[in-house]
Design a protein around this ligand. Structure first.
Ligand SMILES: NC(=O)c1ccc[n+]([C@@H]2O[C@H](COP(=O)([O-])OP(=O)(O)OC[C@H]3O[C@@H](n4cnc5c(N)ncnc54)[C@H](OP(=O)(O)O)[C@@H]3O)[C@@H](O)[C@H]2O)c1
Length: 266
């Protein structure tokens, strides 16, 4: 069994700590570094994640950490504002990147592909690592062929840095080809924005309330009927199997892959 040496960037965040739990729980993965920004610096990454002591302190400087520990893979769960810079730093350091941070879309792929070619390292961008969410996107793509009128409602906790969610963007992108040219009729908005924002003609509504983890409904309307696809991550544990699989497979990919679903087939 080849051990995969992993660094977590954003290790004190909610998802970073979840990723640390996943790594420490898998015998093929070894946590060799943990990076944060302000909170958690100096703490043991394992203890911060609610696990046993890992002997890895959370440190501040990603570049310095990578130069020192030379990991095989870096997992990034940081912030949409810095994610592109982090990916470049990770690839230039000679590691593959598993990117769970949202804020990227299909339009960013050419830039990442250029960096990947330059360094010979792979990138997996996955807005959602939960298998149920990936299936929801797949089913939505299928349903859009028959129900071109569709809207998305996603709900997350108020600390989420961006809106809409990466999952909502990916879902709208996935349905684009299937539903053809079907612009939505938004009507007069008595309150600006009340009909949501639209991507590819699909309205997206973002709810931010305490108590939510990550939730999405895709609602299709047809003649005398509606169809609702709904996925709820009720705990961040839902993301662990996907994160672990991504770390194990990213080295076998070719260049940049957008979407966790691409790791499931075959
Ligand atoms: N792909 C998926 O399945 C999935 C699931 C859930 C969430 N997400 C996404 O994952 C990202 C993180 O979410 P979260 O809930 O974990 O947020 P969070 O709790 O706010 O954690 C973000 C962490 O990143 C750190 N950070 C910010 N800028 C950084 C930088 N430049 N370098 C290193 N660390 C930095 C923050 O440090 P400070 O606290 O010190 O600022 C914080 O610890 C978001 O984009 C979210 O939408 C993805």
């Amino acid at each position: 069994m080849t051990i995969i040496r992993v660094v977590v960037n954003g290790a004190y965040g909610k998802m970073g700590r979840t990723a640390v739990q996943g790594i420490l729980g898998d015998p093929q993965l070894e946590l060799v570094g943990a990076v944060g920004r302000v909170r958690g610096i100096g703490l043991d990454a394992g203890e911060a994640a609610g696990c046993n002591k890992a002997g890895i302190a959370i440190e501040k400087d990603l570049e310095a950490c990578l130069a020192r520990v030379k990991p095989d893979v870096v997992i990034d769960f940081t912030n949409p504002a810095v994610v592109k810079d982090s990916i470049r730093t990770i690839l230039l350091a000679g590691a593959h990147a598993v990117v769970g941070t949202t804020g990227l879309s299909g339009a960013d792929l050419p830039l990442l592909q250029g960096w990947s070619r330059e360094t010979g390292k792979n990138v997996l961008v996955a807005p959602n690592f939960a298998i149920g969410a990936v299936l929801m996107m797949k089913f939505a793509q299928e349903a859009a062929r028959f129900f071109p009128a569709v809207e998305i409602i996603e709900a997350h906790n108020p600390q989420k840095a961006d809106a809409p969610s990466g999952t909502a963007i990916k879902t709208a992108e996935a349905m684009q080809g299937a539903r053809g040219e079907n612009p939505v009729v938004l009507g007069e908005e008595k309150i600006p924005g009340v009909r949501g924002g639209a991507l590819n003609g699909i309205p997206i509504h973002s709810v931010r309330l305490p108590g939510y983890v990550a939730h999405q409904q895709v609602i299709f309307g047809g003649l005398g009927q509606t169809l609702t696809l709904r996925h709820d991550s009720i705990s961040r544990e839902s993301f662990i199997p996907g994160i672990v699989l991504a770390v194990k497979k990213v080295g076998e990919l070719e260049g940049v892959v957008y979407g966790f679903e691409n790791l499931l087939d075959g």
